[in-house]
Ligand binder design. Structure first.
Ligand code: HEC
Length: 257
């Protein structure tokens, strides 16, 4: 193989691989419709508006049952909340601290450094309030499920009024088109106008499901934008390095021919 051919195949292989990884990250599983997200692809980034709205949905709806223990209130400052806003949000929750000078534990309002306060004291309390099912922690859910954000969106929206003929729903269970086994203990969590958006966006069920999926993609991959920017830089660097090496090779071997 000549050097030119080698160079050509190396560059092509590189390009194909970047293309492949971009689609592999975003591809949905089986029956889950794959959606377009602003954070897909090698230039992907989060839609700031969606992130903020999604935060609102998380706190006003999901946080009633689900924890997101890996996220701290101060992390919200990375997605456009001011320090005052993040402090105010934290201040609405209480955490146990201590022991104080008398050796007693005490409650105090949460501060920026605290992680999101979970809705239940422990898993048993969570199960007892949810028909025996445990609402899982949502911090990494999007990474844990095939289909990622598209799966999240589908779980939230694909509820059926009635189970198909021949399927008997257990007590307190709902029929969901994408949840494994189709029977889910989570009541349909959102509907049109479940929230009133602070930025005035019309809160359709579809919009709410999308926004909270964006927010939960961020909680699972807060480094996503940084990682993609770095990937692009590396590609650009490799491209120029290749050109440089090729020019150098031509110069070094020029007199041999
Ligand atoms: C009334 C309580 C309640 C609310 C509110 C609620 N959930 Fe759930 N959720 C549950 C329970 C209970 C389960 C466990 C279901 C099961 O195992 O059958 C669950 C499961 C889930 C799952 C798991 C799917 C899986 O693959 O394991 C996701 C994702 C989810 N909820 C997201 C959300 C989001 C996002 C919101 C806010 C828009 C929300 N939930 C609001 C109770 C709730």
């Amino acid at each position: 193989m000549t050097f030119k051919k080698l160079l050509f195949s190396a560059v092509t292989a590189g390009l194909v691989m970047t293309g492949l990884t971009a689609t592999a990250n975003a591809s949905g599983a089986g029956p889950i419709p794959k959606m377009d997200w602003s954070f897909d692809g090698i230039f992907g980034s989060f839609d700031r508006g969606a992130l903020k709205r999604g935060t609102q949905v998380y706190f006003e709806v999901c946080a009633g049952c689900h924890s997101a223990r890996l996220v701290a209130y101060r992390n919200l400052m990375d997605i456009g909340f001011t320090e005052a806003e993040a402090k105010e949000l934290a201040g609405e929750y209480e955490v146990q601290d201590g022991p104080d000078d008398e050796g007693e534990m005490f409650m105090r309002p949460a501060i920026l450094a605290d992680r999101f306060v979970p809705p239940y004291a422990n898993d048993n309390a969570a199960r007892a309030s949810n028909n025996g099912a445990l609402p899982p922690d949502l911090s990494l859910m999007i990474k844990a499920r095939k289909g990622g954000a598209s799966y999240m969106y589908a779980v939230l929206t694909d509820y059926h009024e009635e189970a198909p003929e021949g399927i008997e729903l257990a007590d307190g269970m709902y029929y969901n088109g994408v949840f494994p086994g189709n029977q889910i203990a989570m009541p349909p969590p959102i509907d049109d106008d479940s929230v009133e958006y602070a930025d005035g966006t019309k809160a359709t069920k579809d919009q709410i499901a999308k926004d909270v999926s964006v927010f939960l993609t961020w909680t699972a991959s807060p480094e996503l934008e940084e990682r993609k920017r770095m990937g692009v830089k590396v590609m650009v660097f490799l491209f120029f390095l290749t050109v440089l090496m090729y020019a150098l090779k031509r110069k070094i071997w020029a007199r041999v021919h």
